[in-house]
Design a protein around this ligand. Structure first.
Ligand code: AVJ
Length: 312
């Protein structure tokens, strides 16, 4: 684990309400488990967004009104499965653009790049591994129009204040006329949402437990995975899905490499993730409070999800 993140993790584990940021899910193993989640029937988010980008690529391109060439910069590209449909459409129409996928997982980027080389050899790909923030800074130096992609409801992981900070950072690094296509999971029947996170196969549980595996490896810690369970809960009023690890007994865990001891009471929680669901009005309020103009909400046919196009 990078030394800069150690204080953040320790502080979270020593807090009154224990928490670990969901960004730590995505080591190479976690990224792979997330791909399994995306294949779950009940995890509708992926299918909904795939439908949007497959069926509405032409409309999205038209709404951009960009001169060529332009850049498509994708934050948290992952395996790029959904984005492929949009890229494929643009390539088929011989539209000139560069694709810049960014992800914190080297393995995800390597796989994505080799898949694109094979399936869309004409496409100009400039992959980047690392933190968005560094890479974003370079964007405002670009002389061609930029389309920023922040798909998959990744924004849902941020509390209101943090979402605003992140969007302000995007805004600050964009040039006037640049656009942002941003994916939001929408409020819907709470039962549907609950099923997406409390899956029958225990994959989401494994995704959460991987945080403990990761600490065992990177801090030489002794978390016993059998002594922890997974719980999550959707509150349809706030739109918050909150995920937790639950300590099944009173226990002590030692993180050897950093010489820290963490004690758990029975049933004590570690909050691991927020996955916020939005109403369209909330999305518009969010955009306008940062200064963005909202152009179009591209919805799937079930109205489960939107990729919303914003302009600076
Ligand atoms: C990748 C953040 C969009 O919150 O739905 C899936 C991650 N967590 N199942 C989400 C996730 C549990 C996912 N995002």
């Amino acid at each position: 684990m990078e030394t800069t993140v150690i204080p953040e993790i320790i502080q979270g584990l020593k807090a009154e309400q224990k928490h670990i940021s969901s960004k730590f899910f995505y080591d190479d193993i976690g990224s792979r488990i997330f791909q399994e989640i995306m294949q779950l029937q009940d995890y509708y988010l992926t299918d909904s967004e795939f439908e949007i980008l497959s069926l509405q690529a032409a409309q999205i391109h038209k709404a951009l009104q960009f001169s060529e060439p332009f850049n498509i910069i994708e934050l948290g590209a992952g395996d790029g499965f959904k984005t492929f449909k949009l890229l494929e459409y643009l390539v088929s129409k011989e539209i000139h653009f560069n694709y810049v996928p960014i992800d914190i997982s080297q393995e995800a980027i390597t796989m994505l790049t080799s898949k694109l080389k094979e399936r869309l050899p004409e496409l100009e790909v400039k992959p980047q591994v690392g933190d968005y923030f560094e890479i974003l800074k370079k964007m405002s130096a670009e002389t061609v129009p930029n389309l920023l992609l922040f798909l998959g409801s990744n924004i849902g992981n941020y509390l209101k204040k943090d979402a605003l900070d992140l969007l302000q950072l995007f805004y600050k690094n964009m040039n006037p006329g640049d656009k942002l296509l941003i994916g939001f999971d929408l409020k819907k029947n709470p039962v549907t949402i609950n099923k997406a996170y409390y899956d029958d196969y225990g994959i989401t549980k494994r995704f959460n437990l991987n945080l403990l595996t990761r600490m065992n490896r990177e801090f030489d810690a002794d978390f016993k995975l059998d002594d922890f369970d997974f719980y999550c809960h959707y509150d349809p009023i706030t739109g918050h899905v909150k995920s937790y690890l639950v300590s099944l007994k009173a226990q002590t865990v030692y993180l050897k490499t950093i010489d820290e001891t963490i004690t758990f009471k029975q049933n004590e929680l570690i909050w691991t993730e927020l996955s916020k669901k939005y109403a369209l009005t909330e999305i518009e309020d969010l955009a306008s409070s940062v200064g963005f103009k909202t152009d179009t909400h591209f919805l799937d046919c079930k109205h489960y999800f939107t990729d919303s196009l914003w302009e600076k």
